[in-house]
Structures are given as C-alpha cells and as structure tokens.
Design a protein around this ligand. Sequence first.
Ligand SMILES: C[S@@+](CC[C@H](N)C(=O)[O-])C[C@H]1O[C@@H](n2cnc3c(N)ncnc32)[C@H](O)[C@@H]1O
Length: 238
Amino acid sequence: MSLSEAFSRSARRYDLLTRLNPGYRRELRRAAKALAHGLTNKESPVIWDLGCGTGLSTQALLDTVPDAHVIGVDASDGMLNFAREKSWPNGTEFILESVENLASNDAFDNAPDGVFAAYLLRNVPEAERTAVLTSIRELMKPGTPLVLHDYSVSESRWAQAKWTIVCFAIIIPLATLAGAKTSLFTYLWKSVLDNEATATVLQRLVQAGFHHASVTTAKGWHREVLHTYTAVNQEGLA
Ligand SMILES: C[S@@+](CC[C@H](N)C(=O)[O-])C[C@H]1O[C@@H](n2cnc3c(N)ncnc32)[C@H](O)[C@@H]1O
C-alpha cells in the first residue's frame, strides 16, 4: 500500500486522533503565526498549505490570517475528501497533487504570498527533499516566507524517549480503541525516530536557495520533539 493510500484509509479518524494529541492544534496555530509574521503582502494573501490533509493546518492558517486565500494541496484523495466536507470561507481551495509535481501543474502558475507545510517533508523520500524545496522556492514570489513544521528527535535522547512513550502509551492505544488501523501510527512513530536532524533540514533550506533559515521548538511535551522552520525566498530581490 502506498503512503497516500495509508493516509486515505486513516482519514476518517485523523481529526479525532489529533484531538487526542495534546497541543497539536495549538502548535499548528503557533506555526501559522510564524508564517503570518513573515508575510509581506498581508492583504488577502494567497497561502499554499502543502500536505494539508483533512484541513487542520488550513484551519490554523485561516484562524491566524482570516482573509487569506488558502490553497490546500495533498496527494491523498481520502484526506482531501474530509477537508472538502468542512465549511470554508470563499476562496479556500483543495487540489489533489503531489508536492513533487507542483511545477508541472498549471493550477500553481500564480505565485503564492507564503507557503506552509506541516508534517510533510518527513513523508517525502529523503533523496528528493532538497529538490522538492528548491522547486517550491522557484514557484514563490521574491521576499515571501516558507514555514515547515514537523517532528525531529534525533538530536535529543530525552526527546526520543518522550516520543516513544507518547506513541506507545497514548497515540497507538487510542488509535486501536478508535478502531483505526495501527500501521499508520507505527509508521508515524518510526518515521519520526528515523527523521533527519533539524540541522539537516536547515542545511536543505539553504541548499534549496532559501535565506534566513531558522528553527524554533514547540512548547509543552512537544519541546525538542516538534519544530517550526522559517525561511525566505530572496531570489529576485534587488
Ligand atoms: C500528517 S498529515 C498532515 C496534515 C495537515 N498538514 C495537518 O497539519 O494536520 C501529512 C499529509 O501529507 C500528505 N503527503 C505526504 N506526502 C505527500 C506528497 N509527496 N505530496 C503531497 N502530499 C503529501 C499526506 O497525504 C497527508 O495528508
């Protein structure tokens, strides 16, 4: 089964399970605020929400920038179907596409004012990550911000232990109780444990041509487990 199919199969229970993850939505809003802070066009900005899933990150963006025109993009039609069923302000769109293919899809011809990607990069094959970041940057307007938000525990043994405890004591048992297939959650546990260091993500951002790349860690139990990266596309600026 492909990763997109696995996400589609778990889409029905995705929102419930994120509700059981303390701080998940709060930290999405914190990351959305980081994007809002970097926007140079603050009037009805166009924001791409890459890997939008069922729309939780889209909602965090709209909570933070209510007049934004958010375009959610995801490779899983199952996740997108749940996003589309929710109620959204005019101008919100959802497009089925892989981030690897944005440049060849006419729907992305108009450059965004900002790009957001929560829990996406880890799911892109390692060998393709820098190329994907480069292609995203090439589609952005000069001076516009990118925010990535994802787990990374490889730099801290304490973070690795916390992550394993939360997965096996909370997330996987609750997923089982909720009737979800646990395979996606064991994949989640392993993919986070194996995920690259924050320093590597920062290096990729620089290699992809972004400027001002920086990272902050989240609050509460997510501290040193969940991170928000900000960077700017300076290309084309005088
Ligand atoms: C963990 S979910 C995150 C959803 C949402 N951003 C949130 O914060 O709740 C990751 C999403 O990324 C999508 N995804 C994974 N790889 C992708 C790719 N290469 N292109 C587009 N979407 C992808 C998955 O289908 C899934 O919906």
